[in-house]
Design a protein around this ligand. Structure first.
Ligand code: 5CA
Ligand code: ZN
Length: 412
């Protein structure tokens, strides 16, 4: 599948520090140590509706990781999927009476435009579930060979007990897993399952649903096996970071890890599992199923500067849960105007210390709010809003422009 076009990113004259990231399984900070290109997988959209601020916050968050690695001297191999066949997509297509393929293509294209506008660096491989069906079939065959797959009517299930490390990604106890599983696509009560937590890897054909031929009969891929197959194919085992929103901690990332670890015993799926917080609106998690959405494209259509949207997202640490407030967007439109005024002066307050602070903050679990505080302070000193204007650095504007672009993805 085609990704979106890459924005130009300035190369900074100084190298950023190694990047540390919060890891869900260990609950602590882990310094990433890529050997060769840093390998990142971030779970992509299910394209049945437009990109909302929750999606945008997650992808902008992991874009900071992409940029921090590049600024630390690493090449980055970034892979993202598109869940272009799954229950919610098919349900929406039926509801609005449009062909599911057309719906998926339309919303994926809108997502590309939203990501470009927000200056999110594109993945090197942008991979759909449908085009990955041969990979999914091959992975299911490996799981079958390992004895971890069984049939319930026309569906194939993965035995979670086949992975000795099952549960280590989320660290949830069984009771918590059983509570969350049905809320996120699981079917604990299905008769014939060996363990209520076992998940579907191949869903046999249902009337009115699309299906593909396979050695297990016609059907379509389960959700978790899609990401496991795509990540293993495009990144190999034990890649650096598996990312997504915190709603994917369980079952999605646990099951992906389980599939990969049973297919290739003795390996880990990913070294670090990183999760972005949930963005709410009107007091509840912003989600397509609840309908409490603020769309990136709607704001763009109302001539909101995408950089103001990005700045608003960056004001919140990627791991925190927060609520989208329109007032914050307006504040950030004003802040950007101040930033632009400051960099238009040429000279300004010393920029080198800001470079160090911003790179250090971002390498420390992508602490964008701390980085932005340093930028705001530089703007205030340069404009003299906190006293006398400081113009002691003749090259300040040039330095700041490339720093904001390279590290934060804000192009003024
Ligand atoms: N296609 C699957 C992943 S394989 C999926 O979860 N799609 S999604 O469209 O529902 O979400 C896309 C990405 O946005 C996921 O990483 C998800 O964790 C994240 N996300 C969804 N809702 C929110 C939200 N309210 N706040 C932050 N991130 C969110
Ligand atoms: Zn995924």
């Amino acid at each position: 599948m085609r990704a979106w076009s890459a924005p130009e990113v300035p190369v900074l004259p100084v190298m950023g520090p190694p990047v540390a990231l919060h890891d869900t399984p260990s609950g602590g900070l882990v310094t990433t140590t890529p050997t060769g290109p840093a390998r990142l997988y971030v779970c992509g959209i299910t394209p049945y509706d437009a990109t909302h601020m929750g999606h945008a916050a997650t992808y902008v968050g992991f874009d900071l990781l992409h940029r921090a690695w590049r600024n630390a001297g690493h090449d980055v191999t970034y892979v993202q999927n598109v869940t272009d066949v799954d229950d919610p997509l098919l349900e929406r297509a039926t509801k609005v009476n449009i062909d599911w393929v057309e719906l998926a293509e339309r919303e994926t294209e809108l997502f590309r435009q939203d990501m470009s506008a927000l200056r999110v660096l594109p993945p090197a491989a942008y991979v759909g579930a449908v085009e990955s069906i041969p990979l999914v079939i091959a992975l299911i065959e490996r799981l079958q060979a390992a004895g971890s797959v069984y049939r319930v009517e026309d569906d194939l299930y993965f035995s979670v007990t086949a992975d000795p490390a099952f549960g280590e990604e989320s660290t949830y106890d069984r009771e918590t897993m059983l509570r969350i599983f049905p809320e996120r696509g699981g079917d604990p009560d299905r008769a014939g399952k060996r363990d209520p937590l076992d998940c579907v890897v191949w869903r046999g054909e249902r009337e009115g649903e699309p299906s593909w031929e396979s050695p297990f009969g016609p059907g379509r891929p389960g959700w978790h096996i899609e990401c496991a197959a795509i990540a293993m194919e495009h990144l190999g085992g034990d890649f650096d970071v598996q990312g997504g929103g915190s709603d994917l901690v369980f079952p999605h990332h646990e099951m992906c890890a389980g599939h990969a670890q049973v297919a290739v015993p003795g390996t880990r799926f990913a070294q670090v599992y990183a999760h972005a917080g949930m963005v709410a609106y009107d007091g509840e998690k912003m989600s397509k199923s609840r309908g409490n959405l603020v769309f990136v494209s709607a704001l763009r259509n109302s001539d909101v500067d995408p950089m103001a949207i990005r700045l608003t997202l960056l004001r919140h640490h990627y791991r925190s849960d927060w609520e989208w407030l329109d007032a914050e967007l307006f504040d950030n439109v004003d802040a950007l105007a101040d930033w632009r005024r400051a960099v238009s002066l040429g000279a300004g307050a010393p920029a080198a210390p800001v470079v160090d602070t911003v790179l250090a903050a971002l390498a420390d679990d992508l602490d964008a709010p701390r980085a932005l505080a340093a930028v705001d302070a530089w703007v205030a000193s340069t404009l003299g809003t906190d006293g006398l204007a400081d113009t002691s650095d003749p090259h300040a504007s040039v330095t700041m422009l490339s720093l904001l672009d390279a590290a934060l993805g804000i192009r003024l």
